[in-house]
Design a protein around this ligand. Structure first.
Ligand SMILES: [Zn+2]
Length: 345
C-alpha cells in the first residue's frame, strides 16, 4: 500500500488541482531519500484509478487499483535499472532501498537504464492501451539513462503521443540531458523539515532520530533505512574506534567494516572530519552532535591545513568507492592516512 508522506500533502494538492500539468512530461526533482519514488507511484495510481476521491487519491478498490497493487497494470510501464528492480516494489519505498548500505547490492546487474529498455517502450507508447485514459511511463532514476537511452527517450518526448504521461524522477538534475529537461514540467519535491522528519521517524519506531538524522544527510528515508539495515552497531563501532585519536587501530577497524558499502564508510569519515575542521574553525559541528566534547578535544590537536587537504582526498575516495576493488585494502589505506593525520605526519 503506497501512501504519501506527510511533507508531500501540499505539493500533491497543488499538482493535482491543476490537471493541466498532466499534459506534460513531469520531472520530479529533489534530494535522494525524501520519497519522490513513492510520490510518483501514487500519482500514477491516482491517474489510472477509475474512481479516485475528490482529493485525487486512488480508491484502492477498483480493478485498476488492483492491477496496480499487483504490479501488473497494463497502462503503466516502469523503467528502472536492473540493479534496482525488485519483486515487491510496494513493500517499502524504493528510495530507502536504494540507499542500501550493505554490500548485498546485486553485483552483476546494471545500474543504468539501457537503450533497449527505452526501445521496449515503443509498443506501449505508440499502440493502443488496454483501457481508455492515461498511459503512464515512469522512469526512475532518470539520470541513470545511458547517453543513447536518453537520446532515444528525447525522440519520444519531442512528439509525445496523446494521453501518455511521462514521469521522470531524478536525484541529480545536472546529470540529465538539458534537452530532456527543457521538455519537462519540473516539480521540485519538498525536503521535510528536521522537526517533521523527527516526528515521522519516531512514529515509525526509531528512537533517538535527532542523533542519526544528521548522519544520513537529514533524509528521513535514508535514516529509516540505516536503522533497518542494523547499521547502528557498525557505525557505533566506527565512532568508538575513531574517537580514540592516535590510539585507534586502522587494521582492526577496516576488518570490521569491510562488509559495509564502501561509500557509506567513506561518508562516515567525511562527516567526522568535517566536524573536526568545523569545530576548530567555527566552534560548531553538524553531524556528530552527541560527541561534541570529544570532537572539541580532538579538533585542537589537528593540523588544519593538512586536514582540509585530507577532506579533499576523501572526496576522491568517495568517487573510487563505487568501483569494484578490495574493500579491506581500501579501508586500511584510508584509515592509515587518517591516523597519520592525527600523528601530524
Ligand atoms: Zn481505484
Amino acid at each position: 500500500m503506497l501512501e504519501l508522506y506527510p511533507w508531500q500533502q501540499g505539493i500533491w494538492k497543488k499538482l493535482l488541482q491543476n490537471q493541466q500539468h498532466m499534459r506534460h512530461t513531469l520531472l520530479l526533482t529533489g534530494k535522494k531519500g525524501i520519497g519522490k519514488y513513492t510520490f510518483s507511484r501514487q500519482l500514477a495510481k491516482s491517474l489510472l484509478c477509475h474512481s479516485a476521491t475528490a482529493e485525487h487519491i486512488a480508491c484502492g478498490a477498483c480493478l485498476s487499483c488492483g492491477w496496480f497493487e499487483q504490479n501488473g497494470h497494463p497502462n503503466l510501464h516502469c523503467v528502472i535499472p536492473e540493479a534496482l528492480s525488485t519483486d515487491s516494489i510496494a513493500i517499502a519505498d524504493q528510495e530507502s532501498k536504494e540507499s542500501s548500505s550493505l554490500s548485498k547490492v546485486k553485483k552483476n546487474l546494471s545500474q543504468q537504464i539501457s537503450i533497449d529498455q527505452i526501445r521496449h517502450l515503443n509498443d506501449f507508447v505508440y499502440l493502443t492501451g488496454h483501457q481508455k485514459g492515461y498511459k503512464v511511463v515512469l522512469i526512475y532514476p532518470a539520470e541513470t539513462m545511458t547517453h543513447a537511452a536518453a537520446n532515444a527517450l528525447l525522440k519520444k518526448l519531442e512528439e509525445p503521443p496523446a494521453d501518455v504521461l511521462f514521469i521522470l524522477v531524478v536525484h541529480q538534475m545536472q546529470r540529465l540531458l538539458p534537452t530532456i529537461r527543457s521538455r519537462c514540467q519540473q516539480i521540485v519535491m519538498p525536503m521535510p523539515s528536521v522537526e517533521t522528519s523527527i516526528v515521522w521517524l519516531k512514529q515509525h519506531g526509531i528512537s533517538d532520530p535527532e542523533l542519526i538524522l544528521p548522519l544520513n544527510d537529514f533524509s528521513p528515508l535514508s535514516t529509516w533505512s540505516f536503522v533497518q539495515e542494523q547499521l547502528t552497531i557498525p557505525h557505533q563501532h566506527f565512532v568508538d574506534s575513531i574517537k580514540q585519536g592516535q590510539n585507534f587501530d586502522p587494521f582492526a577497524l577496516a576488518l570490521s567494516l569491510q562488509q559495509i558499502h564502501l561509500s557509506t564508510v567513506v561518508s562516515w569519515l567525511q562527516k567526522w572530519c568535517y566536524d573536526l575542521v568545523s569545530c576548530r574553525v567555527t566552534g560548531r559541528i553538524r553531524y556528530y552532535l552527541k560527541l561534541l566534547p570529544v570532537i572539541q578535544v580532538l579538533s585542537k590537536q589537528i593540523d588544519l591545513i593538512a586536514y582540509m587537504a585530507f577532506l579533499r582526498e576523501l572526496n576522491t575516495h568517495q568517487k573510487l568507492s563505487h568501483h569494484p576493488l578490495n574493500a579491506r585494502l581500501f579501508l586500511e589505506e584510508m584509515f592509515i592516512r587518517y591516523s597519520f593525520m592525527l600523528c601530524g605526519k
